[in-house]
Design a protein around this ligand. Sequence first.
Ligand SMILES: *[C@@H]1O[C@H](CO)[C@@H](O)[C@H](O)[C@H]1NC(C)=O
Ligand SMILES: *[C@@H]1O[C@H](CO)[C@@H](O)[C@H](O)[C@H]1NC(C)=O
Ligand SMILES: *[C@@H]1O[C@H](CO)[C@@H](O)[C@H](O)[C@H]1NC(C)=O
Ligand SMILES: *[C@@H]1O[C@H](CO)[C@@H](O)[C@H](O)[C@H]1NC(C)=O
Ligand SMILES: [Ca+2]
Length: 639
Amino acid sequence: MDLRLFLNLFAVFLYSTAVIAQSSDEAARPGKKKSVVFILTDDQDQRMNSLDHMPEVQKLLIDEGTWYQRHYAPTALCCPARVSIWTGLHAHNHKVTSVHGKWGGWPKILQQGLNSKYLPIWLRENGYKTYYAGKLYNGMSEKNGVETTTARGWTDAQLLCGASTYQYHDPPFQHVNETNWNNPHKINKNFKGNYSTTKVADFAYEYLREAVKHDDPFFLAIAPITPHVQVGKDNGPPVPEKKYKGTRPDAQIPQTDNFNPGKRSGVNKVWHLDRLNDQKTKLLNEHYQDRTEALLSVDDIVAQVHKILKDNNKLDDTYIIYSSDNGFHLGQHRLGAGKKFAFEEDTNVPLIIRGPGVPKGRKTSIVTAHVDLSPTILEMAGMKQRDDFDGRKIPITDGDLDQREKSDADEYANVEFWEGTSFGFNTIQGKNVTGKFVNAYKSLRLVGKSYDISYIIHCHNNAHELYDLSNDRVQMENLHPAAPAPESEQNAFESGTNTLAGFPIQKLLQRIDAALLVLKSCKGDEILCHKPWAQLHPQGNVNSLRDAMNTRWDEKYDDLHSNYKVGFTQCYKNGKIDVEAEGPQWTKTGPKPGNQNLVSFTNENDPDKWAVSSNDTDVDEKWTVGKDGEEEGWWDDWE
Ligand SMILES: *[C@@H]1O[C@H](CO)[C@@H](O)[C@H](O)[C@H]1NC(C)=O
Ligand SMILES: *[C@@H]1O[C@H](CO)[C@@H](O)[C@H](O)[C@H]1NC(C)=O
Ligand SMILES: *[C@@H]1O[C@H](CO)[C@@H](O)[C@H](O)[C@H]1NC(C)=O
Ligand SMILES: *[C@@H]1O[C@H](CO)[C@@H](O)[C@H](O)[C@H]1NC(C)=O
Ligand SMILES: [Ca+2]
């Protein structure tokens, strides 16, 4: 199988917000060092309703805390997403774009200096005890030198490391503590007979029981591989714990309009996919059941963590955060099992927070993203924000949530992706699809008072997607003027849908393209990732899409758009960040011309031609399958 990597640019999510001082409730005031337990699952969806099948999450977190229903993974892939979580940086700034090779995984993290610039290091400086149990990053294997240099910053950690990280039985851990970051223990492969999720849980409970004995504040991360597919040997869906196997025979992929739809959707290869046959949808549904059953072991963790905190009178003093590194799709848009797309299934992930001052049973639709988690945890620890953070603290009190919800100017999430993707589960015109394809893109989620928009620009063919999620929650109708259409039919725009939320689509596109231009280049305090309009209108009189749509700005955006379009001049199938190939950039002083000779859009109906029509080969790419088994694909797009 062709293992060259693609760059997937997942849109980074940003939101512009009015500069309103956040009212700090007691619980969140700097100076109070609260403890935090962070439960991070791997590839858990929100859009396929996985949380509905987790009764303890419902009872102890959703009913007792706040559910952030529009929380996004800025890059829908384990390693880039996790680095964004732990550093507060978008992938275009931390530069870890892949799970392996030259572009991602452990070696890249070390090379970028990120092992000494992430959350546990900062928390320790503030007197925290820091603990980790489970999978931290990808590629923490012997091959990549993890036995000499491992993760810093943990008081004590049991990290899933090495070739069998994604095996549900006999999990391998590396024991790390504060004295051995530079000469850690070897990976212990002898947890024979143990089930990965319960072993992670066991280590975590040990840490928690130790931590609650002391007055020191603590941070504990619990990161099982659940419900990631099993990789290495017996590749396939996640393996539920024995006691849960077969207990959820009725769990079913939600039958949304985008589930194996009769009509085509998306762009490029996705547009060309054949509808899945019954045998394949049955496999996907079995996969869904395995995910559901595997997640019950995580549900147990939620219950036990809650119990330990409660028994030790720490519940009122400790936040519990629950999230997943990226989402997952199973059959939506005719895709197989996987992630990496800008579709909501892949990018919109669970985030629930409970703890001191956090409203109970509240559901909020404010847009938040993984880059916001480290800022939020620093706030919980009573620490100052860092200048280079791309994210910002999430409101966790009624007052702050009200304020953010009221603001019309708080609307962005930016998703980006480098790398490629495969379609091994699919056929096109009856033929199996082999190989990996360019899947680099930039995308924007934009949510305001009366609009809910998703906008995606792919490298391949310069294809654009534009969805009105208020009417089309599952992204079936591409409203872009150049959207593909079935032969001899017109696309939605051509057949008369030329407004979105009342805005003329042509004018809307100029504005959101400009916002994305800013966001794809945003950086810490220099170019705020949540205030694109402030860059575009330094006079300060435009704070939202609605403001920017005012006809008085038509000429400005006509002009800007004719000179600076978001796009790519060359596509890569791997994680290479080639700024020169990423079109114009935004800088502190305004737009910077890039090569405008963008890969041109062709609505190519011949899939064979289509597959080779852009220059999608990176000649540098010599990467081959790793020995640690992490890279071996399973059916479609499992990484
Ligand atoms: C760290 O691990 C080593 C090796 O087991 C052990 O000797 C040492 O006591 C541990 N240090 C702490 C602080 O737990
Ligand atoms: C791990 O396996 C050992 C040996 O079979 C067993 O004694 C122990 O209870 C298991 N631990 C967990 C958490 O399953
Ligand atoms: C296509 O893929 C299916 C499923 O993996 C396989 O059974 C079949 O043999 C393949 N067909 C060809 C022509 O390779
Ligand atoms: C494709 O890329 C190769 C290698 O970089 C380059 O030599 C070639 O000119 C490119 N072709 C096109 C059509 O851009
Ligand atoms: Ca993942």
